[in-house]
Design a protein around this ligand. Sequence first.
Ligand code: PMP
Length: 365
Amino acid sequence: MIGERVTLDELPLREDLRGRSPYGAPQLEVPVRLNTNENPFPPPAELVAEVTAAAEDAATRLHRYPDRDARVLRAGLADYLAGATGVHLGAENVWAANGSNEILQQILQAFGGPGRSALGFEPSYSMHPIISAGTRTDWVPAPRRPDFTLDAPAAARLIAERRPDVVFVTSPNNPTGQSSSLTDIREILRAAPGLVVVDEAYAEFGSGSSAIELLGEFPAKLIVSRTMSKAFAFAGGRLGYLAAAPAVVDALQLVRLPYHLSVLTQAAATAALRHAEATLGSVATLAAERDRVIESLRGLGFAPVPSDANFVLFGQFSDAAESWQAYVDRGVLIRNVGIDGHLRVTIGLPNENDAFLEASKEVPR
Ligand code: PMP
């Protein structure tokens, strides 16, 4: 292969990126894949038909660049959020990108960067520090309580002391599952000198209120990020979005690449949004399956962490890596998230959850 003798060490890579590993869970071909928190229900036939028709229509316009501002899609997302939260939002309050990872990256490109810092409560979504590193934003790790809940008064004190430019609160938190209350998020917003990004990738699976309800109170501080990758069953479509004051959207326009959302992405996501009700119908089923999995794990003597999301963190393993491999050997792929003695399982179809629970009876602990 051309160039195969060149090693990474020989390239003029930024010093601060040397020795780092790329993010990514193993993509293994096993019968039961419960490792990346997707919605296991495939899109309904009507949605497939509508996305296909939308793509066919969009294909006639592929010679032209897409709408740079994705206005139709953003209006659809604003309608969805307004309906879900009761907060009056318009297209100008919403920004969209290729997955919420790109949203988070744009936020740090605009509001982080050299000489600035971002703080997050660990363990949490590991892309927050990775995107910080990529944008040369200093990462400030802050602790959670031993039970993984957020200690808001302690968080507020640390924020006041460290004065980060951006604070990340993941709610429900990945990989631990619990949501933060609006009272706790308000306390963090009051303490933060800069922006607070509430990452609500799993919001639809929880029963609590969205931080979007706090936007009116903290318009210059709060950004709520969301995704169509989880409850919306659109992980392959790559569409993330945020709700914030219009000025935040103006700021992100300074760093976004022009035409970042393709004609096909905009058309497919808009079509998928029209079926939000049908797609989100699976959320109740998944929440009930989650509760069943938690109960069953408890019955097997495990210690599952309470979850408002479509995954469950559970322990206690003496060697989580060895037990992870034992699940794989039984055809079940879950996630070793690097928390001592714990593994995380995504809630799948009922028969997949059964296969996981069966394997759980056999794996070493
Ligand atoms: N935030 C959290 C908390 C996540 O768990 C994920 C996906 N694992 C994302 C953001 C990013 O998802 P996407 O880019 O697919 O929207």
